[in-house]
Design a binder for this molecule. Structure first.
Ligand SMILES: *Cc1c(COP(=O)(O)O)cnc(C)c1O
Length: 393
């Protein structure tokens, strides 16, 4: 027997091929299409934050291995951010951990907190790294499906309660939610918190869109609900909040015991995260309210720009209350298969989108859903809308 007699990819990762984002971004490049698939802004974040990174590089701050938990300036700024926006107090020395983006925070949390066979409840459709990280940790994924009702995606609390078993270890909650754009309400979060306390569950919250909510929606961190402070691992990221997705600066806030567990796993994944960017994000987190308000206002306008274009083109649009994604339904075109639709879209009109079906365990649940991002320049969104209008004719 040679070592090639069995598949190279182990059983835990079997079925996790190329991420849909890589596949669709490559398709966009190959066909010269407008890429409304992958969610990265085409305009960089604030100039002063970029300058802060340049200064740190030039001044020799962070060019060598920074401290494992993150540079003290950034940990202090993360703690101050949680206090400023949510009234949550964290000790920057023991209750804050800097990670290589939220992606590493999610991976480290799951690798640290799960025993093989533990069940993890995740809201479906889910961000694609959840399934892979649960699998790498040897856990079992238990999806609870958000379903469209009255133009938004809703969490069925009875279904959530029914999904908890004796083997459930943690709830993996994402709000504002990618891909649906749903922002969980105070009532929904209260119910999740009560369930976590009643069944003694840990909760990992992916809050990378914490500053991106619109209209009447508002982001409420689960860690602030009764009984949640000591069972919640909260995850944030500079990528989405400051439009620097390439910097990969993320963070965890939680009590000391949870942070210590997550840090143990993080140490052996990346050891530390890139130094100079940490100093820059420490400054970004202290930007005045005007930055956060302006960012939100700008994105809401873009949401409406793209939303109007998609409606005019004939899509059924689920109005997002947060994130920078719009989920649509292609049934009005007489089409049923989002994946086939997305593969054909560049040929038909020069636009790339993402089929939501890949974010479901049961692909039938999201078979006809397609996601578009609106974190692009206005002229790009205008051009995409006019191209998509060809679908209507
Ligand atoms: C973009 C995204 C992430 C990854 O964040 P990084 O900081 O870039 O690693 C995690 N979760 C969700 C829901 C996202 O949309």
């Amino acid at each position: 027997m040679t070592s090639t007699a069995r598949p190279h990819l182990n059983r835990r990762l079997a079925g996790f091929g190329t991420t849909i984002f890589a596949e669709m971004s490559a398709l966009a490049v190959r066909t010269g299409s407008i890429n409304l698939g992958q969610g990265f802004p085409d305009t960089d974040g604030p100039e002063e934050v970029r300058e802060a990174a340049v200064r740190a590089l030039r001044d020799g701050r962070g060019n060598q291995y920074p401290p494992g938990p993150g540079v003290p300036e950034l940990r202090a700024a993360i703690a101050a951010h949680q206090q400023r926006w949510y009234g949550l107090s964290y000790d920057p020395d023991t209750e804050v951990l800097v990670t290589a983006g939220a992606t590493e925070a999610i991976a480290a949390a799951l690798l640290a907190l799960l025993e093989p066979g533990d069940e993890v409840i995740a809201l479906e459709p889910y961000y694609d790294s959840y399934a892979a990280c649960i699998a790498m940790a040897g856990g079992t994924r238990v999806p609870v499906t958000l379903r469209p009702a009255d133009g938004r995606f809703r969490l069925d609390l009875d279904e959530l309660r029914a999904a908890v078993t004796d083997r459930t270890r943690l709830l993996l909650i994402n709000t504002p939610h990618n891909p649906t754009g749903t922002v969980l309400t105070r009532e929904e979060l209260t119910a999740i918190a009560e369930l976590a306390v009643e069944r003694d569950l840990l909760v990992v919250t992916d809050e990378v869109y914490e500053h991106l909510f619109f209209d009447d929606a508002e982001h409420l961190p689960l860690a602030a609900f009764p009984g949640m402070r000591d069972r919640t691992v909260s995850i944030g990221s500079a990528g989405k909040t400051f439009s620097f997705t390439g910097w990969k600066v993320g963070w965890v806030t939680a009590n000391g015991a949870l942070v210590s567990a997550v840090r143990t796993a993080k140490q052996y994944l990346t050891y530390v995260s890139a130094g100079p960017f940490q100093y820059a994000i420490a400054e970004a987190l202290r930007l005045p309210d005007a930055y956060f308000d302006g960012f939100r206002t700008d994105l809401r306008r873009k949401r409406d720009l793209l939303g109007d274009g998609l409606r005019a083109a004939g899509f059924e649009v689920y109005q997002p209350q947060g994130t920078y994604f719009i989920t649509t339904d292609i049934t009005p075109f007489g089409e049923k298969d989002a994946y086939a639709f997305c593969r054909a879209l560049p040929e038909r009109c020069g636009v790339v989108a993402i089929p939501n079906s890949v974010f479901y365990d049961d692909p039938d649940a999201g078979r006809s859903q397609v996601r578009f991002t609106f974190c692009k320049r206005d002229d790009v969104l205008d051009e995409a809308a006019s191209r998509l209008r060809h679908l209507a004719s």
